[in-house]
Design a protein around this ligand. Structure first.
Ligand code: B3K
Ligand code: ZN
Length: 900
């Protein structure tokens, strides 16, 4: 969800004569440090904004009530405000215009000299939203004005103290041509609407809650809307309104239900009620991330609002719900209580991810939701933690804060909250949350304040636990055991280690909560427990066990660590079938598949013939016969670990061997279990049933489509099956359409092109579906995929200024298509370099995100290392690269040795 612009690059198209272009000299590529934090010298009590929206320029008037901060330590009397790419028209202090000697603009800062203790400041600026391609600050999307202020977008509209610990009360007046922009929105409650004879409309909003400027939002456009209401637990009626671009009203029902579901859940589970009279969501097509939690006026990427059976898949439906829940939950964890500084980002993001994960677990499938959390963490956070961009959940230094909206801050941050819940227990954790809300409502606070509330509410000492916030890297637990048949004593030896990460060569032991259980050889649970690992080495004794047990370790993934325990295949099979912890059943299956594939990769390296063990196929066979009561989980258990996850287990990533072996194994599974897959497919494929979104139906569809995936690997008489599903579902059921098309996408046959063309013709007017079409082609395993991707860059539907299109086409290829991206000739790397350099001039945030796959260069063979290193160097040496890209690239290159 994820996901502003930095200073130095010129904002494309801004008139160099009027708007100052910055020279390289002004770029501050120096890091800022957490330990340098100081309270603001001045506070802003109120801000009264007026936006006059025009086609050529937007005029912003800002009236501030400023006062010296009694807690500040600085002695001089200068007020320093942030501002970027602004044309300053005038400044007046206590109603008197300032002359040129009284202020100075330098390095994106406005210095006002010798100010009094309390004063008003009126600032007029001009901006050009229509030319803002960085999508930070005020910009235009499909003709409508909208904003994105987190982290540093507000300073691109007016001069202000753009830091989260400066919280002000906002009133906003928007003036615009009523015919063009009938909808004018901002935070808080609507105060007045005035219409004038010149066709202009003047709308005033006031937000009663103090907030940092990153939570400011403004929308001006011609939008459709749907309205509903919610009665809160205390009986207040809240108006709910979702605004969408014209013609999309029929795709908002699911989102509206999700809002109500999230509101109810937060009341029931955390006792948190909504606080304004209206809650508005606006969905826009051009957005850098998933969505933004602006107070009372969330702005969303259309991707996370628009959904109906014809246009959205099961996974889209689930994402809409969880992103809506996430942004809504921010109202308490982020808005009412915000971050003191951006180093504390995980205070709101880790906590809010934890809250949305808990919501999804409660409202869908607890096990599948957890599987998804863990897959996300392993796919994106583990590699980050193991590479040159590794940073603690609370980073200590940052060049560009927008580079820190990472899987570590978000997903590992959520795991750190989850571990506190596990250590304290549900009840004490809830008391800790209540205390946190009571103590800090209306404040900008730190991660330390959060942990302290947890400690105070529970009486549990979290001193050692705090290391999870300051030490980077994924800890590894090496676990060994022994059983004494004479005494019945069983012993677990657990050793924790954590490898070096940038700036942190040595790690102290973490406090790791390990949920575990012991099963007997028949699969019966003997006991379960929560072990606290606090030292580098720990020993746990279990008495009176009748026979050597099988340990079920790290149940429900109770800590973000890697476990190494020498399971036999028979033990893994036992866990797959009997573990009372359903997450660990899945985990055992993944471990089993991984063992099989790693052995096969070794065989490839040793030039030995590949062999798929019969017991593994039998284990899957057994699943198919016994797990049908939980179809969604069964579907998950039938899926092999991704190529990226397998790569995590290799010292030198061999992309070709990984790809080959995974294909061989999947095809063998398909061959041997074909009759089962066919039967299950037929049983669950009901073409006449209308699409319904509930967990039962999702489970059925996921299972059926997993069967289809395997059957289509057989490349034989099953192809018509996929084609038929594609044709029947095309206009009514996007889940089934995409599942079928995804299988055809990897087959080098005329049916593939035909289906892709039919799909495009059917859906070419729906941009989100065209994104699916781009993403699919970029994910194809076929050897000409890069050529195809390059061709698609010139397709009329592709637009490099639209982040969704960039993610779909370039992102899918470079991030997810390991096999095709890493061809040994380095063509994929050169392609990515060209894209990054082009994107950096348009939207540095997106460019910095795209360049990340190259940071993992040390993981590959010497040939690929050289090629990846070379393109990183070329990017680093390109003229005028943004601070965003600069930070990622220089950190990636830092240790320049090539590891053979
Ligand atoms: N808080 C925003 C992220 C803003 C990213 C700025 N580069 C979305 C979210 O996490 O809810
Ligand atoms: Zn968030």
């Amino acid at each position: 969800m994820g996901h502003d612009l930095r200073a130095a690059l010129s904002i494309s198209g801004i008139n160099a004569g009027v708007f100052p272009r910055k020279s390289m000299k002004n770029i501050t590529q120096e890091p800022i440090y957490l330990h340098d934090y100081q309270v603001p010298d001045y506070l802003i009590d109120t801000i009264d904004l007026t936006f006059e929206l025009n086609e050529e320029y937007t005029r912003v008037k800002s009236l501030l009530n400023v006062m010296a901060n009694p807690l500040a330590t600085r002695q001089d009397r200068h007020l320093i405000l942030h501002g970027e790419a602004l044309e300053l028209i005038s400044i007046a202090l206590n109603n008197k215009p300032l002359n040129a000697e009284q202020y100075e603009i330098k390095n994106d800062k406005l210095h006002i000299f010798s100010v009094p203790d309390e004063f008003t400041l009126e600032i007029h600026t001009l901006i050009k939203p229509q030319e803002n391609t960085a999508l930070s600050g005020l910009y235009k999307s499909c003709g409508n004005f909208c904003t994105q202020c987190e982290a540093h977008g507000f300073r691109r509209m007016t001069y202000f103290l753009d830091r989260p610990d400066v919280m002000a009360r906002f009133t906003t007046t928007i003036i615009a041509d009523e015919a063009k922009y009938p909808v004018l929105l901002s935070n808080g409650n609507l105060i007045s609407i005035e219409k004038s004879e010149d066709g202009k409309q003047r709308v005033k909003w006031a937000d009663p809650f103090k907030k940092p400027c990153y939570l400011f939002a403004l929308v001006g456009g011609d939008l459709d809307s749907v309205e509903d209401y919610f009665i809160t637990q205390s009986g207040r009626q809240v108006t709910l309104r979702i605004y969408v671009e014209k013609g999309n009203r029929d795709k908002t029902a699911h989102a509206m239900e999700a809002v109500k579901k999230a509101m109810r859940w937060d009341e029931e589970v955390f006792g948190r009620e909504y606080d304004l009279d209206i809650y508005m969501i606006v969905a826009v097509s051009d957005f850098n991330m998933g969505a933004m939690e602006n107070k009372g006026l969330n702005i969303f990427n259309t991707q996370y609002i628009l959904a109906n059976p014809e246009t959205a898949t099961d996974v889209d439906f689930i994402h809409v719900e969880s992103v809506i829940a996430h942004e809504y939950f921010h109202n308490w964890t982020g808005n009412r209580i915000t971050c003191r500084d951006w180093f504390q980002l995980s205070l709101k993001e880790g906590l809010t991810i934890f809250r949305d994960q808990s919501f999804t677990a409660d409202t869908t499938s607890k096990t599948v939701a957890r599987i998804q959390d863990v897959k996300d963490l392993r796919q994106s956070q583990f590699p980050e933690d193991a590479g040159p961009l590794a940073h603690p959940v609370r980073p200590e230094s940052v060049i560009e804060i927008n580079n820190f909206y990472t899987a570590t801050v978000y997903n590992k941050g959520a795991e750190v909250i989850r571990m506190q819940q596990t250590i304290l227990g549900q009840d004490a954790f809830r008391k800790g949350m209540d205390l946190y809300f009571d103590r800090h409502d209306g404040q900008a606070v730190t991660i330390e304040d959060f942990v302290k509330a947890m400690e105070d509410a529970s009486g549990i000492d979290l001193t050692q636990f705090r290391l999870w916030y300051s030490q980077a890297g994924t800890p590894v637990l090496k676990i060994k055991d022994e059983y004494d048949a004479k005494t019945g004593n069983y012993t677990l030896h657990i050793e924790q280690t954590c490898t070096e990460t940038p700036g942190q060569p040595h790690k102290k032991p973490f406090h790791i909560p390990v949920k575990m259980g012991l099963l007997d050889q028949q699969g019966k649970e003997l006991l379960h427990d929560l072990l606290h690992i606090k030292n580098a080495k720990e020993v746990f004794h279990f008495k009176n066990l009748p026979s050597k047990p099988v340990p079920s370790l790290l149940r429900h993934f109770s800590a973000p660590v890697k476990v190494q325990y020498p399971y036999t295949n028979a033990e893994l099979q036992l866990l797959m079938q009997h573990d009372t912890d359903l997450f660990n059943r899945w985990e055992a299956g993944q471990q089993y598949a991984l063992n099989v594939m790693l052995k096969m990769i070794q065989d490839v390296h040793d030039n030995k013939p590949l062999h798929v063990p019969g017991e593994y196929i039998s284990a899957l066979n057994h699943l198919l016969l016994t797990m049908q009561h939980d179809k969604w989980l069964l579907a998950e258990m039938l899926m092999l670990p991704t190529e990226k996850y397998i790569a995590e287990y290799m010292t030198v990533v061999d992309v070709d061997a990984i790809h080959h072996v995974r294909e061989v194994l999947a095809t063998e599974i398909a061959k041997q279990l074909k009759p089962h897959f066919l039967t299950l497919y037929e049983e669950h494929h009901d073409v006449t049933a209308p699409y319904v979104f509930n967990i039962h139906e999702v489970g059925k569809r996921q299972l059926k489509n997993t069967c289809l995936f395997y059957l289509m690997l057989l490349n034989d008489e099953t192809i018509p099956l996929g084609l038929k599903q594609f044709e029947l579902a095309l206009k009514t059921n996007m889940t089934d359409t995409m599942a079928a098309l995804a299988t055809l996408n990897n087959i080098d046959a005329p049916e593939r092109d035909m289906a892709l063309n039919v799909f495009y013709e059917q859906w070419k007017n729906d941009p989100l579906i065209v994104d699916k079409w781009f993403a699919l082609q970029a994910s194809s395993k076929l050897p000409n995929t890069l050529k195809q991707v390059k061709k698609l860059l010139h397709h009329s539907a592709f637009d490099i200024k639209n982040p969704n299109k960039v993610y779909a086409l370039i992102g899918s290829f470079c991030n997810r298509n390991l096999h095709c991206f890493h061809t040994p000739d380095g063509e994929g790397y050169a392609f990515l370099k060209d894209c990054v350099l082009q994107l950096d001039k348009i939207n540095p945030q997106i460019a910095a995100r795209m360049v990340k796959p190259l940071s993992e260069w040390r993981r590959y063979d010497v040939g690929r290392q050289h090629l990846m290193h070379e393109v990183l160097e070329q990017i680093a040496q390109s003229k005028n690269i943004s601070k965003d890209v600069f930070e990622i690239v220089t950190k990636s290159l830092k240790k320049q040795e090539i590891i053979a």
